[in-house]
Design a protein around this ligand. Structure first.
Ligand code: SF4
Length: 487
């Protein structure tokens, strides 16, 4: 389903999700578990805050020299024998991957987990061009069997419980129905293992791309990432341009925060570092390695000093796990590749505010996302900024780079706010305005559209605050005079 299709359905989708007890129960249980695991992984708040400071500084340093580091990354990867490609849009990235596949006469692609490939809808694109693309991450595999999209950036199938997965696997692959997670996992592994051997190309994501050494780091738990990047003769890694870090030393603190924030693990089962294709004399590894660096609106974000913080993200998912809105509506209700708080600040750039205008408003601004973010992205602040952009007049953020700004502006609203501001600047006008409002209070309707859908309409007082204070001071003066006379 394309972004444009889903965006029209944001409110009905949210309504459907919050009234679905199964979705609410699945997410509540899963998010509670993830929050507990994260808390246990950070027993010392001092250590957590110190590491967050360090990680934020590493990401800021990398972003501050992004163009230089990307050039360095390309030079070092090329020297290592990796072919580097640049894609301005998701479509361009799809085309690059298709061309590589066609050149190799590839008919089947096996994929490791990659949110950027979800963002560019790579599977559909390849299938439309006659190439089979199979997800090998267990969660992604389940989502693909269900013909759905991921509902969480770390745990794509978290919206499904064991019974639902068992029914799905039974229906689509003939697996016996079972509530035994180990059995279901072993079955999926068996089904996938055969496909690895036949795949012509492996496509993976990248967690960190190290400029200094030309190394692509990949974090995973299932071993499918290692198989994807080593078994097929061609490996194509695809990632956003912001994933670059300066040197190998930068990786350790980021990795530690990523895994602990995401799943409460101190380290994942697999950590892959890919620097080149198979070298002479080596027994395994692909004959060719490619890296596709995708922009897709990221360099636009990069031009804004405040919004630039969005690019610090290391995709741990902690902001989603702690978000009261995400926990209640789940990932699909958002209708975009990246749901939850990170999606609310990223998607308006990738899809444009005119499509994603509702996302920054789908937040209570409780601040939990900003507090848990391991790289200290001020998410609530960025949400407020994007809300402002969604109704912005020309005078606000004149140099703004946000696409589709002003998408939520309504004709009358700026006029009302202008009048309100003027009234507050002039005492006489203010008193006349509030006086008239109290006189004509009976004309205020009890139904104020969206405002009163979930609120009671405010009742205006019979007199203004100014009149009440004046009356009170007159009463006080009169009673003091009276008390003085009585003595
Ligand atoms: S915004 Fe922060 S908490 Fe959310 S996914 Fe990115 S790094 Fe993790």
């Amino acid at each position: 389903m394309s972004h444009n299709q889903v965006v029209q359905e944001f409110h009905p989708r949210v309504h459907e999700a919050i009234t679905n007890p199964q979705i609410r129960a699945n997410f509540r249980k899963a998010m509670d578990g993830l929050m507990d695991k994260r808390q246990l992984a950070f027993p010392s708040d001092d250590e957590l805050q110190r590491t967050r400071e360090l990680a934020a500084a590493i990401r800021l340093r990398a972003l501050s020299k992004l163009p230089e580091l990307l050039e360095k990354l390309e030079a070092n990867l090329t020297a290592n024998g990796v072919k580097v490609h640049w894609a301005e849009t998701g479509d361009e990235a799809c085309k690059i991957i298709l061309d590589i596949c066609n050149e190799k006469n590839a008919k089947s692609v096996i994929k490791g987990k990659s949110m950027v490939s979800e963002e560019m809808e790579l599977n559909h694109y390849l299938e439309e061009h006659g190439i089979e693309a199979l997800e090998s991450d267990l969660g992604e595999y389940i989502v693909q069997l269900a013909e759905e999209t991921p509902s969480h950036i770390i745990m794509p199938a978290i919206h499904k419980n064991t019974d639902q997965i068992s029914d799905l696997m039974h229906e689509k692959t003939g697996t016996n129905k079972s509530r035994d997670v180990e059995y279901l996992t072993a079955e999926a592994r068996q089904q996938l293992r055969e496909r690895f051997e036949k795949a012509d190309v492996g496509v993976s994501g990248v967690n960190f791309a190290v400029a200094e050494t030309g190394t692509l780091c990949l974090v995973e738990n299932e071993g499918n990432g290692r198989l994807t990047t080593t078994v097929p003769p061609v490996h194509i890694a695809v990632t956003g341009i912001e994933k670059v870090v300066e040197n190998l030393e930068d990786v350790a603190p980021l990795l530690s925060l990523l895994t602990r924030s995401a799943t409460g693990q101190h380290i994942t089962t697999y950590f892959n570092m890919i620097s080149s294709p198979r070298k002479e004399g080596e027994l395994d590894g692909p004959e060719e390695v490619h890296l596709v660096l995708v922009d897709s609106g990221r360099s636009n974000i990069y031009q804004d000093d405040e919004l630039l913080d969005t690019l610090r993200c290391i995709r741990c998912g902690a902001c989603m796990n702690h978000c009261p809105v995400y926990t209640r509506i789940g990932g699909h209700a958002y209708g975009y590749t990246y749901p939850g708080p990170i999606g609310k600040i990223l998607m308006p750039h990738l899809a444009g505010l005119d499509d994603a205008k509702d996302l920054p408003s789908a937040s209570s601004l409780c601040g939990a996302c900003g507090e848990v973010c391991p790289v200290k992205i001020p998410i609530p602040k960025l949400l407020v900024r994007l809300r402002e952009e969604s109704v912005a007049g020309d005078h606000n953020h004149d140099n703004s780079v946000v696409k589709g700004r002003g998408a939520k502006r309504k004709g009358m609203e700026p006029l009302i706010w202008k009048g309100w501001a003027k009234m507050h600047k002039h005492g006489g006008l203010y008193r006349t305005g509030t006086g008239l409002a109290t006189v004509f209070r009976g004309l205020v309707p009890s139904n104020l559209g969206a405002w009163t859908n979930c609120r009671t309409a405010p009742k205006l007082a019979k007199t203004t605050l100014h009149q009440q204070m004046k009356a009170r001071s007159q009463n006080n003066a009169a009673s003091q005079k009276k008390d003085g006379g009585d003595q």
